[in-house]
Design a protein around this ligand. Structure first.
Ligand code: OAD
Length: 245
């Protein structure tokens, strides 16, 4: 099957690129059955997430916080990487300097086989004690919520909540990858949450070719060199088929 002129152009840029960076958001995991935040069927239609998912909300009512969070975690435990995650993991093997910068906490990039992943917002499977900092990883549903540490204090997930700062070291590396790449993809993100949303703009300002893949238009669309409109899994599969020709 022949590719669209847009996909051909993206592939031409990819084949010339030395360094590639990819920013992903909730939309890339939508085809795995994980809820997005915004839009119809988005999580925010159902929960007052901005109140719930803050440090204040969590400490005020850890049971309510954890009931909500554990429901999301179980959705992620059940989910499997989809063709979009798998295509990016394949691409990583073809390019020596290839990085996925994700806002997602579902670990689906790693489960698809990606090795170079920067998790801007943490992950749902590492939890730590709010008193002594003891950390553990668990990929199983929690038997009870909230989880408690042996010291008696409540534990929390290693994710960035609203009103919290990003891990500086991880963001600095993501920023450096965005500034130095030749091609930057923004995939399945509404591109409205900062500082992640600076990354595509920073890449473009430093000369990268900017590709957006999304089912809808976003504030980033007008800055992109090309917008591939549609589902991330279908589009990335087409890109891969064309690269391998
Ligand atoms: P959003 O829910 O804001 O946006 C999801 C985007 O994916 C939208 O632009 C959709 O149009 C698009 N989309 C949906 N299905 C798609 C598909 N199959 N293929 C391609 N695109 C699709 O999610 P994010 O941009 O990830 O932060 O949200 C960013 C941050 O907002 C999250 O990480 C979270 C939230 O605040 C924290 O929790 C710290």
């Amino acid at each position: 099957m022949s590719a669209s002129p847009e996909i051909e152009e993206v592939v031409r840029h990819l084949l010339r690129a030395k360094s590639i960076a990819v920013l992903t958001g909730a939309g890339i995991s939508a085809e795995s059955g994980i809820s997005t935040f915004r839009g119809k069927d988005g999580l925010w239609e159902k929960y007052d997430v901005e109140k719930l998912a803050t440090p204040r909300g969590m400490y005020a009512n850890p049971v309510y916080f954890w009931e909500w969070f554990e429901e999301r975690r179980r959705e992620m435990i059940k989910a499997k990487p989809n063709p979009a995650h798998l295509a990016l993991a394949e691409m990583e093997k073809m390019f020596p300097d290839f990085w996925v910068i994700t806002q997602n906490i579902d670990r689906l990039h790693q489960r698809a086989g990606s090795k170079h992943v920067l998790e801007l917002h943490g992950n749902a499977f590492t939890i730590y004690c709010t008193r002594d900092g003891y950390r553990m990883e668990t990929y199983e549903p929690l038997p009870a919520v909230p989880p408690f540490c042996a010291c008696g204090a409540v534990m929390r997930p290693d994710v960035v909540l609203f009103e919290e700062m990003l891990n500086e070291e991880i963001f600095a590396k993501a920023f450096e990858k965005a500034r130095s790449c030749d091609v930057f993809f923004s995939i399945g993100t509404s591109a409205v949450v900062y500082p992640a949303a600076y990354l595509p703009l920073e890449a473009k300002r430093n000369g990268a070719y900017l590709v957006e893949i999304n089912t809808d238009e976003t504030p980033l669309s007008r800055h992109a060199d090309v917008v591939l409109s549609g589902k991330a899994g279908e589009i990335l599969q087409k890109v891969m088929e064309h690269i391998q020709k």
